[in-house]
Design a protein around this ligand. Structure first.
Ligand code: BGC
Length: 562
């Protein structure tokens, strides 16, 4: 591992959704042993770091984002000793490791919540959560809604209600309570002492609620959307920032290379920038990029607005196309409407998967050419599509039940990876145990084993692109500008000596003057760049024309959760 304090400013970080990456013990569920045995794959792929979704003891009401003990490992995933060995081995293989911190809520199995239930109304134990009496007419304390559907309040046997912005098994903590703050500071130290390189902060925009828990005004277009205002009673409240300042100080006490990445769904880049001011979190996911449609002007505007807002606070931008909450981008890009976000886990018409894959290849070259750091979601390197037709009996995402079985939820992007072989479980588990979500037989042509041998596969493209990115001094952090380009074409100049050109114009476009092609997402017949493809070109900087004007925030980049 390079002793580089600013490694995170342009790292490529691979998200491991632990339940679905690799199963070491043969129970059909991913685990730490499954990750360990596949570290060489990740090292060879060329990623700098891994982020592992929650691995703590959990009843799994929300896939582990319902934590019952923040300082242990769920026995289905392994032991604390296994986690330590993994941390050490990741480092020995030259990579870093980020773990998931879930501070907004605990599991209802967490000892604090069990104590709160037992202690009754008005007790100090209840004060760590948000218990309230209902209205005089017997309704919940206010009109807030759960992100997963239904009311955000559940009533307990003695008549009080508790708040849960997510599932009823995920009671929200009261971050005004000093025990809560002290507990999370000690959880940070617990994992930093074990050598983790950082934390992904779940729901970073949600920790503080308005003290009066007021109703959400009905003029908010959608009660769950983070608004472009500071008075939303539970999203993106200014008081969250003091929490992150205290966390930054803890991370710094371990050295400048221990970092945070915020999951903050906010209205626009300027608000995201507040989370990554120099004394707060280091980076934040840039969901505007993932929500953006496959459209040159919209993408250009997201890049401009993101970089402008983050430059103002000195933080590097991050780029991400998929994660465990969002419809896989192969599927999004294969639809007539390519925009991500909103309630996109409900089906939105037919999908042309081949077109989606072609665009995903081009999007990769764009993402990896942008300044800053990038996140990959497991399976995107294999070109996996969203599985939108999982049988309803296997669905596990709480969204399915809480939406009254109207929204299928996020299981379709969480299906276990196909590694090898000719039939499920495709090497995910040793032996034949069926994985916790079924894989389709058609993934036989997408296994990592097969794609390793095919020079034009998605995996081969990821491998080559990450290799060029690692070795080319223009990529990662550094200077960049747009070049003048035809309508529907993006041309990004990175100095020294590289142009990334992306063609979303619908027809072929001529390549700009260049010395040689470093990489392209498709073959380049007659020296032209075909539609829905991208290329990295080596150029002589003095031949590159003037930069094009910057754009303003895209009208279709409006916020949306999932
Ligand atoms: C995680 C989700 C999870 C939610 C509640 C998120 O943002 O990424 O998977 O359901 O937080 O913890």
């Amino acid at each position: 591992m390079a002793a580089d304090a600013s490694w995170w400013r342009d790292a490529v970080i691979y998200e491991i959704y632990i339940r679905s990456f690799g199963d070491g013990d043969g129970d059909g569920l991913g685990d730490i042993a499954g990750i360990r045995s596949r570290l060489p794959y990740l090292r060879d792929l060329g990623v700098d770091a891994i982020w592992i979704t929650p691995w703590y003891p959990s009843p799994m009401a929300d896939g582990g984002y319902d934590v019952a003990d923040y300082c242990d490992i769920d026995p289905r995933f392994g032991t604390l000793a296994d986690a330590q060995e993994l941390i050490d081995e990741v480092h020995a293989q030259g990579m870093r490791i980020i773990v998931d911190l879930v501070p907004n809520h605990t599991s209802d199995h967490h000892p604090w919540f069990q104590e709160a239930l037992a202690a009754g109304p008005g007790s100090p134990e209840r004060a760590r959560y948000l218990f309230r009496d209902g209205t005089s007419s017997g309704g919940p304390p206010n009109n807030w809604r759960s992100v997963f559907g239904g009311p955000a309040w559940t009533r307990v046997a003695d008549g009080q209600w508790y708040l849960h912005l997510f599932d009823a098994h995920q009671p929200d903590l009261d971050w005004q309570h000093r025990d809560v703050r002290a507990e999370f500071e000690s959880i940070l130290r617990f994992w930093l002492d074990r050598g983790v390189d950082g934390f992904r902060v779940d729901v970073a925009h949600g920790l503080i609620k308005h003290a009066d828990l007021p109703d959400i005004p009905t003029d908010h277009e959608d009660m769950l959307e983070p608004p472009d205002r500071t008075d939303h009673p539970h999203w993106d409240r200014p008081e969250v920032h003091e929490i992150y300042r205290s966390w930054r100080a803890i991370a710094e006490s371990y050295g400048p290379d221990r970092v945070f990445v915020a999951e903050a769904w906010v209205a626009k880049p300027e608000r995201l920038a507040c989370y990554v001011r120099p004394d707060e979190l280091h980076t934040a996911f840039n969901f505007d990029f993932l929500r953006c449609s496959w459209h040159a002007d919209a993408l250009r505007a997201v890049v401009d607005c993101t970089t402008r807002a983050l430059d103002a606070v000195g933080a590097p931008p991050t780029w991400v196309l998929s994660n465990h909450d969002i419809t896989r981008h192969v599927t999004r890009y294969g639809r007539a409407s390519t925009r991500g976000g909103g309630s996109q886990h409900e089906s939105h018409g037919p999908v042309d998967v081949a077109l989606g894959r072609r665009r995903a290849r081009a999007a990769l070259l764009l993402m990896l050419a942008l300044p800053g750091s990038a996140y990959l979601y497991q399976g995107e390197e294999l070109g996996l599509e969203e599985l939108e037709d999982l049988p309803i009996e296997v669905l596990q995402d709480p969204t399915w039940e809480r939406s009254g079985r109207t929204a299928r939820g996020r299981d379709g992007c969480r299906v276990p990876l196909p590694w090898s072989g000719f039939r499920p479980p495709f090497g995910f588990s040793p032996g034949d145990t069926p994985p916790w979500l079924p894989q389709p037989q058609r993934w036989v042509s997408l296994t990592a084993e097969l794609q390793k041998r095919e020079p034009d596969s998605m995996l081969a493209l990821y491998h080559r692109a990450l290799g060029v990115r690692r070795n080319h001094s223009a990529l990662g952090e550094g200077g960049w500008s747009w070049l003048p380009s035809a309508t529907g074409v993006l041309a990004l100049h990175r100095t020294p000596g590289l142009v990334c050109i992306v063609n979303i114009s619908g027809g072929p476009t001529a390549l700009p003057r260049h010395e040689r092609v470093l990489l392209s997402s498709e073959p380049l017949p007659d020296g032209a760049l075909p539609a829905d493809s991208a290329a990295w070109l080596e150029v002589a900087d003095h031949h590159v024309p003037q930069r094009a004007a910057a754009t303003s925030f895209p009208t279709d980049g409006v916020p949306g959760r999932w």
